[in-house]
Design a protein around this ligand. Structure first.
Ligand code: BES
Ligand code: MN
Ligand code: ZN
Length: 498
């Protein structure tokens, strides 16, 4: 889909369809007032008929409205003006998009001043509209012999603002929205792909392709390289699988080689059976999404490279399957991590932390400004926060605050959980330096505590995306989260650094 920004009001524009907001009150949104003025109350009359009452999530399509240069006008209900918030705005966008999909409209013009979201600028509305429209038209049918969805006719959305002074900023917001949307689509594709296709080798190939098209440097460490580095923990997880593990490194230098990078570490378990601590069969197919952290790292690097963001970012992806076999790690095994710390593997299903810890130690060589890991790490996080909110834990409250605010801005929110010392004791082992599980209580926090033993050298934050990376049920599929949060965070970082 194409997008454009224009300055103007409905009486001066032309096109296939104008999208006009209608409040559930006497006082109307901007475009309705303007149109009523030039048409002697055409919209007012329609509202008086009662076919459109401005209730949220309703719409009415009008044809041949006199004295306008639009072939159609789509009235969309906004609900009560005082209650018009972010959530209503996003829901309204979806109402608009599904109404347009039922028509032959190829280009639609949306008047952003009709949608006064409290505390949000037109720039924010531009970015969110682009993300919503791209998500709405996202289909994953590359593995079907025939696509089963009828493609929509909508090809272009023009976003109209009425203040020329905002044009430049809105154009930047449009580029950011496009980049985020494309990064999300990449993350979604990788997540949705079948696990017999999206293997560690496939992820490595994607990183190499991305490096070629977007001026990045990709390097892939093989198992023998990891052995040399002493990554006994990552290799223990890989040992049960026929698919070779890869440690994928993708470097983006948008700000010269001297500046220390921000490192993103993404969990890349391309299928998690649980290993010898085998998971139950129900819904196990969803464990193909266990590489969503890795997908979000690739999606984020794609987005910042598209934007040519002046910042240095390194993506590190430990990629492996977690499979049971005669060669697989067993409960009770003690392995030595790259950091030198020994780990007692009490449950082979707590594999994410076992691969992340070696990747986090590897990250030290970049002298990073900060390290953020992204992982579908614990089922406990889904119990704690559900499917709306990403879990955030950090050894640096300032970094945590920056991530929380980026999530707030991007509509991709996280919530911080404590990493207090009391929890560390739950990881005590009788036989090694640390156990890989801490029991049922506070499972999300003890998983992060485990990681914190390997992140002492830098500012670090951990995003547990177990609940937010994909949807189950009828809508099963990857969400592309937390690409919006990460990109927004990096945009803010690039601003403060320059
Ligand atoms: N990939 C899973 C976490 C997960 C489970 C994400 C369900 C989303 C939905 C992870 O590797 C895992 O299995 N974690 C265990 C840890 C436990 C053994 C301490 C879990 O959450 O059950
Ligand atoms: Mn697991
Ligand atoms: Zn897992």
């Amino acid at each position: 889909m194409d997008f454009g920004i224009k300055v103007g009001t409905p009486e001066k524009q032309r096109g296939a369809c104008a999208v006009i907001g209608i409040f559930e009150s006497k006082k109307q949104a901007d475009s309705a007032k303007i149109l009523d003025k030039i048409t002697q109350g055409y919209i007012k009359n329609i509202l008086a008929l009662g076919d459109m009452d401005g209730k949220a999530n309703t719409s009415l399509l009008l044809h041949n409205v006199p004295d306008t240069q639009f072939k159609r006008i789509l009235l969309v209900g906004l609900g009560k003006e005082q209650e018009f918030k972010e959530k209503t705005f996003l829901a309204t966008l979806n109402t608009v998009l599904s109404a347009l999909q039922k028509t032959a409209v190829a280009d639609a013009t949306v008047f952003l001043s009709d949608f006064p979201v409290k505390g949000r600028s037109n720039e924010w509305k531009v970015t969110q509209t682009i993300i919503a429209a791209t998500s709405n038209s996202y289909r994953f049918d590359q593995l079907k012999s025939k696509p089963d969805s009828v493609p929509s006719n909508l090809r272009k959305m023009v976003l109209c603002i009425n203040d020329r002074a905002e044009l430049a900023a809105c154009e930047v917001a449009m580029q950011q929205g496009l980049a985020i949307a494309q990064g999300m689509s990449l993350a979604k594709d990788l997540g949705n792909l079948a696990p017999n296709i999206c293997t560690p080798t496939y992820l490595a190939k994607q990183a190499k392709d991305l490096a070629k098209t977007h001026k990045m440097k990709a390097s892939v460490l093989e198992e023998k390289d990891m052995e040399k580095l002493g990554m006994g923990s990552l290799l223990a997880v890989a040992s049960g699988s026929e698919q070779p593990a890869k440690l994928i490194v993708l470097e983006y230098y948008g700000s010269g080689k001297k500046e220390h990078p921000i490192v993103l570490v993404g969990k890349g378990v391309t299928f998690d059976t649980g290993g010898i601590s085998l998971k139950p069969g129900a819904d196990m197919d969803e464990m193909k999404f266990d590489m969503s952290g890795a997908g979000s790292v690739l999606g984020t690097l794609y987005a910042i490279a598209e934007m040519k963001l002046p910042i240095n970012v390194v993506g590190i992806i430990p990629a492996t399957e977690n499979m049971p076999s005669g060669k697989a790690a067993k409960p009770g095994d003690v392995v030595t991590s790259m950091s030198g710390q020994t780990i007692e593997i009490l449950n082979t299903d707590a594999e994410g932390r076992l691969i992340l810890c070696d990747a986090l130690t590897y990250a030290e060589r970049y002298n990073p400004k900060a390290v953020i890991d992204i992982a579908t790490l614990t089922g406990a996080c889904v119990i704690a926060l559900g499917n709306f909110t990403t879990g955030l834990m950090s050894n640096d409250d300032a970094l945590a605050a920056e991530l929380l605010s980026a999530g707030e801005q991007a509509g991709d929110r996280a919530w911080q959980l404590p990493l207090w010392d009391e929890y560390q004791d739950l990881l005590r082992s009788n036989f090694a330096d640390i156990a890989n599980i801490g029991g049922r209580a506070a499972g999300t926090i003890t998983a992060a505590c485990f990681l914190s033993r390997f992140t002492k050298e830098y500012r670090w934050a951990h995003l547990d995306i177990a609940g937010t990376a994909w949807k189950s049920g009828k809508e099963k599929g990857s969400t592309g989260r937390p690409v919006p949060l990460l990109v927004q965070f990096l945009i803010a970082q690039a601003k403060t650094a320059n």
